[in-house]
Write a protein that binds this ligand. Structure first.
Ligand code: GLN
Length: 474
């Protein structure tokens, strides 16, 4: 019997290679797990039929276009849309390694949110405690990996949507350096920030999946040539300089249980031979979130202008002239959060306000880039908590958009600076996972994997959710 709760992609590849299991058996094991548990967890918006072959199954966040498979971005306005081509990341996964798309995972509408509660198709639930959110926007992918419904997944991250759900569900998730992974065929949210990245059970699987999807793509002119990805091996941290930005570890929004788990990991890093020192990124923490909530909505208001009922998805059934058709279609198709961001973003870009809001935010962004660059003159990586809290109850923050936005307090600043970040689980608080965030300079993914792997090995975190341990479920 294949134990999908514990099976890593690496192990699955070995079992397939040695013909201990067949591709069909592996697919079947995940389908059984989905049938058993997804009714409660609602990780998937669409589950695929086995396309055949011996490749490892892969869950794909529903903002990533998949040929012949519905792609909704968690929005009613894209209901019924079936792409005629694969996103480059999906094509690479299929062609390079025969990976098979298992299904499309739930997301906040257009990846706007931190809990999946903004999905037009209902929220996902956290396998560690189904009364709680799995984080967002990629909560479906994170919950699926942690509940053994998929060995790994692709997510997208604009301000934290891979890192934060990985933290809340106890996975390893990478937001890659801006420009290393193609966005061709991916539903655009905020184009100067959006990145696709891997979610996995451990650092090695995460590193491998990153190596599959990374690389220059002529179809996405923001991509560049990417240094070769080194899979991690060393379990010590001798000579690695780790900076701990005090604002990020001591901020009042950080729960004591999160702070304790991260401090224990910092101690472990010292024991493994790292040179740990304090540092400071004060402006990044103060201005990261406000600045993001000008730039991301501004870009979203432009990107979402294409949903007009003409080419894709939903069109109003009401009559009227062309302008009425656009207006009704958008009113019916978009949920509250995209509407809020379109309004804010349009305002920030409008004549007379552009300089005061959007232009000013761009200048602040440059300050954040410099502040991070200065820290990396002294340190190889920075270590912070990923999320200020563990997974919260469904409904706890839905009435207060600002409270929801503050989930990304610690993940947003480095995204604004275009830098990579890796979430690694570092313990439990009240029976729920805590994640630490490793940040590095541009193109430092292999370093993040190396440091993450050493810490992961020392921490010994068991990624199987407590309620699913004990052999109750296969
Ligand atoms: N939670 C943030 C937002 O709502 C980030 C989402 C993301 O990274 N896609 O915009």
């Amino acid at each position: 019997m294949i134990d999908t709760l514990r099976l890593t992609a690496y192990d699955a590849a070995r079992l397939l290679r040695d013909r201990e299991i067949s591709g069909a058996e592996l697919w079947e094991a995940y389908r059984r797990a989905i049938d058993e548990r997804d009714g409660e967890l609602h990780c998937f918006l669409h589950v695929c039929d086995d396309p055949g072959g011996e490749g490892i199954p892969l869950a794909v966040k529903d903002v990533i276009g998949t040929k012949g498979i519905p792609t909704t971005a968690g929005s009613k306005i894209l209901e019924g849309y079936v792409p005629v081509y694969d996103a480059t990341v999906v094509r690479r996964a299929k062609e390079g390694h025969g990976l098979r798309v298992l299904g499309k995972t739930n997301t906040d509408e257009f990846a706007m949110g931190s809990s999946t509660e903004n999905s037009a198709f209902g929220p996902s639930r956290n396998p560690w405690d189904p009364t709680r959110v799995p984080g967002g926007s990629g909560g479906g992918s994170a919950a699926a990996v942690s509940a053994g419904l998929a060995p790994w997944a692709l997510g997208s991250d604009t301000g934290g949507s891979i890192k934060q759900p990985s933290a809340l569900c106890g996975n390893v998730g990478l937001r890659p350096t801006y420009g290393t992974v193609s966005r061709y065929g991916v539903v655009a949210f905020a184009s100067s920030l959006d990145q696709v990245g891997p979610v996995a059970k451990n650092v090695r699987d995460c590193a491998f999946l990153y190596s599959v999807i990374a690389g220059r793509d002529p179809c996405d002119s923001t991509t560049v040539d990417v240094p070769e990805v080194k899979l991690p091996e060393r379990v010590d941290l001798k000579g690695v300089r780790i900076g701990v930005p005090t604002e990020f570890t001591e901020h009042e929004a950080i729960e004591p249980g999160v702070r304790d788990a991260v401090h224990r990991a910092i101690e472990l890093a010292r024991e493994l031979g790292a040179e740990v020192g304090g540092c400071s990124l004060p402006l990044s923490l103060e201005y990261g979130v406000p600045c993001y909530y000008l730039i991301a909505p501004a870009e979203a208001s432009s990107n979402l202008a294409r949903y007009d009922g003409v080419r894709y998805g939903h069109r109003t059934a009401e009559g009227g002239d062309r302008l009425e058709m656009y207006t009704r279609t958008r009113d019916e198709g978009f949920g509250d959060e995209p509407k809020r961001r379109i309004l804010v973003g349009t305002y920030a870009l409008s004549a007379g306000y552009y300089d005061a809001y959007y232009g000013q935010a761009q200048k602040v962004r440059t300050v954040l880039i410099r502040e991070h660059a200065a820290a990396f003159e002294t340190f190889d990586v920075l270590l912070t908590p990923t999320s200020p809290t563990v997974a919260f109850e469904l409904g706890a923050k839905t009435a207060d958009p600002i409270a929801m936005y503050l989930n990304d307090l610690l993940t947003i600043p480095s995204c604004m600076a275009g830098l990579p970040g890796l979430n690694v689980p570092c313990g439990l608080s009240g029976g729920l996972p805590v994640g630490l965030q490793l940040l590095g300079p541009q193109f430092s993914e292999s370093t993040l994997f190396a440091v993450g792997y050493a810490l992961e090995t020392a921490i010994g975190f068991d990624p199987v959710p407590l309620p699913l341990r004990g052999g109750r479920l296969r």
